[in-house]
Design a protein around this ligand. Structure first.
Ligand SMILES: Nc1ncnc2c1ncn2[C@@H]1O[C@H](COP(=O)(O)OP(=O)(O)O)[C@@H](O)[C@H]1O
Ligand SMILES: [Mg+2]
Length: 263
């Protein structure tokens, strides 16, 4: 379990608090959404959860222990918590896709047969088998995103953080990412998704936390959070379309598009 206890953070060159007094529990076995307008602090919070940044006050805990910021301890943490950055170019280093995904495993000194097996599984999970032999520069943005996700999955960490997984994607690319997320969840992984793609968060997450200007407005059950019209507005967000249908047209509160569309 990953949690934060009253953490506050500011960047050195900037005197403003970027996050203030955030206490958040990211329960194992749950899919948690972290929502907030641009600049509300979502990506910064992810860096703190990964130990890439250190809070000015408060602490981040993994498995009941406060993070230790030594190289070796952080290396251990990365075996348990992995991240998919918003920009795939931040994550992909090799032009050869299979080598890129295998990199972290080979670094661990893993047996080559096991490396190939894991790379293959990860490629299958993100539907990338059919383009895995092309050089990375020939891929679309959405395909690169899928390679980046495979690179994070291959370590088989129990917890995976995804920063804006659908940003910049067209509707089909977005739909593919949603299906991949559902597969990752079905594997029993703990998943934390930061996004302002409200409809994605509503459909995929069990729990949601709302950030606004570095403060946590609320955390709780997805439907309960999104039913709070004023709070969602205060956060600079809009309610999911299924919630609006319920509130404005007095239809039942559907959880998924398929439930409403009947397909
Ligand atoms: N490296 C940085 N140095 C200084 N300020 C930063 C840096 N990264 C982000 N910020 C500031 O921190 C705030 C939160 O940013 P960020 O965590 O990226 O929010 P979000 O991911 O929700 O858009 C913003 O005001 C942003 O300008
Ligand atoms: Mg961000």
């Amino acid at each position: 379990m990953l949690l934060t206890k009253r953490i506050s953070f500011k960047y050195e060159q900037n005197n403003q608090w970027v996050l203030e007094d955030i206490s958040l529990t990211l329960a194992a076995g749950k899919v948690t959404g972290l929502i907030g307008a641009n600049g509300s602090g979502k990506s910064t919070l992810f860096m703190l959860l990964l130990g890439i940044l250190k809070p000015n006050t408060g602490e981040v805990c993994w498995d009941g222990q406060p993070l230790s910021y030594h190289k070796e301890a952080l290396y251990q943490l990365r075996q348990n918590v992995s991240i998919v950055f918003q920009d795939p170019d931040q994550q992909i280093f090799y032009t050869d896709i299979r080598s890129d995904i295998a990199f972290a495993l080979r670094n661990l000194g893993m047996d080559e047969e096991e490396v190939l097996r894991r790379v293959d599984n990860a490629l299958t999970l993100v539907d990338a088998q059919h383009f895995a032999d092309q050089p990375i520069q020939y891929l679309s943005y959405g395909q690169k995103k899928r390679v980046a996700i495979a690179g994070a999955l291959v370590l088989d960490a129990p917890c995976i953080l995804l920063d804006e997984p659908t940003a910049g994607l067209d509707p089909l690319g977005r739909q593919q990412i949603i299906e991949i997320l559902q597969r990752i969840v079905a594997e029993g992984k703990q998943v934390v998704i930061s996004s302002h793609d409200i409809d994605l968060i509503y459909q995929v997450c069990d729990e949601v936390s709302v950030l606004h200007k570095g403060r946590l407005l609320t955390s709780g059950d997805t439907q309960q959070v999104f039913l709070q019209t004023e709070l969602i507005k205060q956060a600079g967000l809009v309610q999911p379309w299924l919630v609006r249908l319920h509130l404005e047209k007095e239809l039942p509160l559907y959880r998924r598009e398929q439930d409403f569309l009947g397909s």
